[in-house]
Design a protein around this ligand. Structure first.
Ligand code: IPM
Ligand code: MG
Length: 401
């Protein structure tokens, strides 16, 4: 067989990818400054509903945020903008991960609260366009995906720093079918890309007096990219002599997260994109399900907060969308408050959320009509926030468990 043409085409494609990625590296090396929210008036918060159950659960989180920021909204320190149009129908119509007009509106905001968006895969009823999530993370350079998971009664207090703009994801839609028989995908790790996420994890550990960072790779097999990630960790760790660190391979790491003897020793984890995706679903499941975890996507200019679960189109098709659990996106909303400079309100919302969903459980969400609705649950959280005994109540539950 003569493959000359196919090889030539694939080489050209690879060449374009290299130009794109080297350009990205150059931009990262310029080292943009972090945005300072204290000097912004107003801070613009975009609310992006997304697909499936997204608009339902997002509405409740939006309502809670408006309640907690009432004063700032009146004083014009905070402005909310509801951004329509990030739906799979629209995206399929224009064949883009995010329609241009929607992206333009998004870029006018400082932070976003985003509902889940449907990610088409080959063979779906939707065209196989790139995930809106993955595209947004890249378009806004949201390089750190920060996902805390806590289960106090099991001694679990984890925070994952998942690299969010590189790894197996950055070229996930740019693989090549060199011939009918040969499919190739690419994985990318860059020096500045690895450095900024690893540094953020070590900084977090140091600032919060957590003496343990765990780096997760598969550097024994995926030698070039994961090898670079791991050697970057070795280099950065030397700058943080007070923070101990270790490294694990992704396979054994997934096992150790369910090993009671080992897992309580993990605290701050830093991982390339796909491993972070996998470990954070596993961790969220240990906490009570993917519906219980929030996710912060942080960049130097923008930040986006979301639920870690998907859009659950089946719930909508079966007429159960009003029973969808808003806890994960409300957790995202709490992280948003912390990020823009309201740590007290973050703490309050987090305590209320924990009391309602883990301890007191006066109302329980099951996702079906035998449980409460998302609206009633959000109201329950709001009532709990306003309880003058909130902190005492929360403390007492911490003692019991
Ligand atoms: C997540 C999700 C996304 C991801 C999907 C929806 C593209 O699983 O936020 O973890 O894989 O990153
Ligand atoms: Mg995931």
């Amino acid at each position: 067989m003569d493959y000359t043409k196919s090889i030539h085409k694939a080489k050209e494609h690879f060449g374009e990818i290299l130009i794109e990625q080297l350009d990205r590296v150059d931009k990262m090396k310029l080292g943009e400054d972090w945005i300072d929210y204290t000097h912004l008036k107003p801070i613009i918060i975009g609310i992006v509903g997304g697909d499936g159950i997204g608009p339902y659960i997002c509405k409740h989180a939006h309502y809670i945020l408006e309640f907690l920021l009432k004063k700032e909204i009146q004083e014009k320190k905070i402005e909310f903008r509801v951004i329509e149009g990030l739906t799979i129908e629209n995206r399929a119509k224009v064949m883009k991960a995010i329609p241009d007009d929607v992206l333009e509106e998004i870029k006018k905001c400082h932070v976003l609260l985003k509902g889940p968006t449907t990610t088409p895969k080959k063979g779906d009823r939707w065209p196989n366009i790139e995930s809106a999530n993955v595209f947004m993370r890249r378009a806004l350079d949201l390089f750190a995906n920060v996902r805390p998971v806590k289960v106090p009664e099991l001694g679990i207090d984890w925070i994952f720093f998942r690299e969010n703009t590189e790894g197996a994801y950055v070229l996930g839609s740019k693989g090549v079918n060199v011939t009918d028989d040969l499919a190739i995908d690419f994985k990318v790790i860059t020096t500045p890309g690895a450095e900024r996420i690893i540094r953020l994890a070590f900084d977090y550990a140091q600032k919060n007096k957590i003496n343990k960072v765990t780096v997760v790779t598969k550097a024994n097999v995926v030698k070039t990219t994961d090898g670079k990630f791991l050697s970057m960790a070795e280099k950065i760790a030397r700058e943080y002599p007070d923070v101990q660190w270790d490294d694990w391979f992704i396979d054994i790491m997934t096992a150790k997260l369910i090993d009671p003897a080992r897992r309580t020793q993990f605290r701050v984890m830093v991982l390339p994109n796909l491993y972070g995706d996998i470990c954070t679903d596993e961790a969220a499941q240990i906490q009570g399900g993917v519906g219980t975890a929030g996710s912060a996507n942080i960049g130097k200019r923008y930040a986006m907060f979301e639920a870690i679960h998907g859009s659950a189109p089946r719930m909508v098709d079966e007429g159960r969308a009003q029973y969808a659990d808003p806890s994960s996106i409300i957790k995202g909303a709490a992280m948003l408050l912390n990020h823009i400079g309201y740590p007290d309100r973050f703490k309050k919302l987090e305590m209320a959320l924990e009391i309602c969903s883990q301890y007191e459980r006066k109302l329980v969400i099951t996702g079906r009509s035998d449980g409460t609705t998302g609206e009633k649950f959000a109201k329950y959280i709001l009532d709990t926030i306003q309880d003058p005994n909130l902190e005492r109540k929360w403390q007492s539950y911490q003692k019991v468990t």
